[in-house]
Design a binder for this molecule. Structure first.
Ligand SMILES: [Zn+2]
Length: 484
């Protein structure tokens, strides 16, 4: 007899510091065969498992999920689950979530969802939760998941590997008759995403410990969550979870991993050069090499920023600049509609950017000339406009200029045509990094302000490093055992 495993979930990283609400336009919904095809490794389990697709919603990083969209997804998810259970009992669920979703009116969206899921299916079916390491593991989520795992790399290059591990562990737990133990330790650390790459120390060494831990008899998985810094919620902080069959070993390994993480806390640092906005601009203006890149890190759409913040642009256009500057890019659908009613060469005054989040000064009034119209699959209708020797790419949708190809579509064939290029990201993507002769990460305000010590939070659990220093961490082990 094959096990019946349902698959479904909802995956988004929501900044609560942007008024942007994520909804229909942001999510890709997969159902049925399309959902199953999203997990290309399922056929390995053909002889053991019958998979039951529910619904999976997956979005780009964004804002809080709108209640209407979420409720519609939620209703469909549970209706499909009900339908599946009516056909035949299910043995488990591969619960595919991010862990940093926020939903209007909720401060622990995934925890509440897992709790609802457990209440719906009862105690018997296993819930195997697969996550992003930037997610959070609230007590509610932990209590209602039998197994939890997350990526072991940032940037994330082990997305499929992680889901496969979650499923493999789920299947072996269904086959294994021993009790399954899971232990969580909350770690009072919350770090900015640009500090926690696993390609450099200390993140690299920390995540490598996982392999050793999994060598212990009685342990089959260990995971480290960095937590999500751009939501003001008590669940946002680091955590480790170890899963296995031998309670003392599982607890001890979880405790040791947490202690190791705690001792490394001071060593996490920005891996690239950083500066406040003003200093970043003056470094770029004084640079003797070109192109000099500035990362507008607080408005990085790749981390959840709105992509329409114009603070750096304002700072450039309000001074006379001899250098040739490119802004790639500004998201402003309204301006695109206006520009597309004109022609290349037309000069006009526009209200640019600052529309998603008006708390940073609102749109910038600027006189521009239209240089070029073009389109991009994701960015939508785009325009290149100029204001003296400052060039700005305006896009219809939120977008990140991270590849040479994207710049070429905008008519920029050589990065070296510009002295300064301002991009909305943190670390430079490989094509940009290869071209950059100088670079600084500007710690700009915005939805994903990297300078988190200066962000105003009200609900984070305290004490919490780096907001507080000089305290003894409570690294208590929260252990749960599931017997068959
Ligand atoms: Zn992530």
């Amino acid at each position: 007899m094959r096990f019946r495993i349902a698959i479904g979930g909802i995956h988004i990283e929501s900044s609560t510091f942007t008024p942007y609400l994520s909804g229909d336009a942001d999510f890709t919904i997969r159902r049925g065969a399309e959902l199953l095809a999203f997990y290309p490794f399922l056929e390995q389990f053909d002889d053991k498992v019958e998979f039951v697709p529910l619904v999976n919603a997956r979005a780009l990083l964004g804002g809080v999920v709108g209640r209407q969209f979420y409720d519609t997804w939620h209703k469909e998810f549970f209706e499909l689950l009900q339908g599946a259970i009516e056909q035949a009992p299910i043995d488990g669920i591969l619960f595919d979530i991010h862990g940093a979703m926020s939903v209007e009116g909720s401060v622990d969206a995934e925890g509440e969802l897992a709790e609802a899921l457990r209440a719906f299916i009862g105690e018997r079916p296993f819930i195997a939760t697969t996550m992003d390491l930037h997610g959070n593991v609230s007590d509610k989520l932990f209590a209602n998941s039998d197994l939890l795992t997350c990526y072991r790399t940032a940037p994330h290059i082990d997305v499929q590997e992680t889901k496969l591990r979650a499923l493999t562990n789920l299947v072996s737990c269904l086959e294994d008759k021993r009790p399954i133990v899971r232990a969580k330790v909350d770690i009072p650390i919350l770090l900015s995403g640009e500090m926690t790459s696993t390609e450099v120390q200390p993140g690299r060494g920390l995540y490598r410990l996982i392999d050793d831990i999994c060598q212990h008899a009685g342990v089959f998985d260990a995971s480290i969550w960095m937590g999500f810094p751009w939501a003001d919620q008590a669940r946002c902080h680091a955590a480790v979870v170890v899963c296995g069959t031998d309670q003392p070993v599982v607890e001890q390994q979880a405790k040791q991993l947490a202690e190791k993480f705690w001792t490394l806390r001071d060593q996490f640092a920005f891996v690239g050069p950083t500066a406040d906005s003003e200093t970043a601009i003056s470094e770029a203006l004084q640079s003797t090499v070109k192109p000099f890149f500035i990362s507008d890190t607080g408005d990085n759409p790749g981390a959840g920023g709105a992509g329409d913040m114009n603070l750096l642009l304002k700072a450039f256009v309000t001074q006379k600049i001899a250098k040739k500057v490119l802004f790639a890019s500004l998201f402003d659908g309204e301006t695109i509609q206006l520009l597309y009613r004109h022609q290349v060469g037309d000069a006009l005054t526009i209200q640019l950017g600052g529309k998603v989040d008006r708390s940073f000064g609102g749109p910038l009034t600027v006189d521009i000339t239209i240089e070029r119209f073009f389109a991009d699959e994701v960015a939508g209708k785009c325009a290149l406009v100029s204001c003296a020797n400052i060039y700005i790419i305006v896009t219809e949708n939120r977008f990140q200029y991270g590849s040479k190809r994207a710049f070429q579509q905008a008519g920029v064939n050589s990065f070296a045509d510009f002295d300064i290029i301002v991009v909305k990201m943190g670390y430079l993507e490989p094509d940009l990094s290869a071209a950059a002769k100088g670079w600084v990460m500007a710690l700009t305000p915005g939805a994903v302000n990297q300078d988190i010590v200066n962000v105003t939070y009200q609900h984070l659990k305290q004490p919490l490093y780096p907001f507080d220093n000089n305290f003894d961490a409570n690294l208590a082990v929260n252990c749960r055992i599931r017997t068959k």
